[in-house]
Design a protein around this ligand. Sequence first.
Ligand SMILES: NC(=O)c1ccc[n+]([C@@H]2O[C@H](COP(=O)([O-])OP(=O)(O)OC[C@H]3O[C@@H](n4cnc5c(N)ncnc54)[C@H](O)[C@@H]3O)[C@@H](O)[C@H]2O)c1
Length: 365
Amino acid sequence: MQVEQSKVKYNFEYDNKVKVCFIGAGGHSFRNIYPTFQYAPVDLAAICDVNAERAAAYARQFGAKAHYTDYREMLQKEKPDAVFIVTSYHPDGRVQATDIALEALRAGVHVWMEKPTASSVHEVQQLIQASRESGRFAMSGLKKVFFPAIAKAKEIISSPEFGTPSSIYVRYPQSMPEFSERSDLRKLTSLLDHVYHPGAIINYLMGKIGTMSYEREPFNGGSVTNMRFLNGAIGTLHLTAGISGSSPLERLEVVGNGANVVVENGVKLTYYRNANRPAYGRSASYLVDDEVAPLHWEPEYSLGQLYNKNIFYLGYVPEVLHFCESILAGQPPQKGTLEESLEIAKLFEAYRTTPEGTKAVINEG
Ligand SMILES: NC(=O)c1ccc[n+]([C@@H]2O[C@H](COP(=O)([O-])OP(=O)(O)OC[C@H]3O[C@@H](n4cnc5c(N)ncnc54)[C@H](O)[C@@H]3O)[C@@H](O)[C@H]2O)c1
């Protein structure tokens, strides 16, 4: 479903709903995930957190009939169709949700889990195998590919008029510790937590990375990574550690053939359609014909519209809807897949194991 183009249903308007349990009553889920259920076919049966008070408070707040401190007991008693997992990190830096998701899949429950899906390629492969063996779906919260602006950019770059997407630039503020520290997963929590965001955009728009190399600056830990995609296109990931706290975080540009598309700050989308540059030295106006003029979209922030809520324009409702609709249709999710997470985990591992200035092979051509 193209949520940005269709009418959104409210939870109580659905006839068929997915019976759901939720593991994790933390900050992010309170702000951004439980609230999406207002607009999705979700019947929230129970909530679990090791903190009993929070589990009870969230159950009351979001309308679950039961709450638990032991997720195994919850899954056994409630027998949900699907479980949402929004937990945190083990003391060794591994992702708590990875282990819980494996167990849930093996118990025959569909899984929606927040990113990061896992801290290694091997762990994502284990999830893929468990999903195949159990016939249950697992999807990660790769919200960036559900941003209306990013989904529209994908539609634009896939159109014949755009030409072959030839290069991409992605900016995201993220620091990376120096190479000698990267064998210790505990020092990489921030990178692991965030690499899934730009990584998801890169994979979604350009496909698999073939090779990459990067340079890192020692002042903030910022870096610039150059990538060659398997399809021959090239890209740059600029991890802009050191930017101001008052600055927008992200910028994206994809270049085609005579056309390019830019997404600023996650919401402002400009499509520079294929147009000739006005005659050099002789053009009094920069305004090209209407038929080829740039197209620009940005939200208005005046009306009490759904699209003005961050749970819509940051992709949270669209991703949860996609998961629920996939389950109800008996079809595996097409976005936020474990295969996408696998490609991001490969990039993360390349940063862990590749010194600056050296070329890493992510996928053989
Ligand atoms: N996509 C996004 O925009 C976004 C934004 C923020 C955070 N996140 C992700 O969300 C996740 C959670 O972040 P947070 O800030 O809410 O963390 P948090 O620490 O506030 O919440 C995690 C909760 O999980 C509970 N928990 C952990 N293990 C459990 C277990 N075995 N059983 C039951 N409960 C358990 C903890 O008690 C805690 O209440 C992280 O994976 C983070 O990367 C995503």
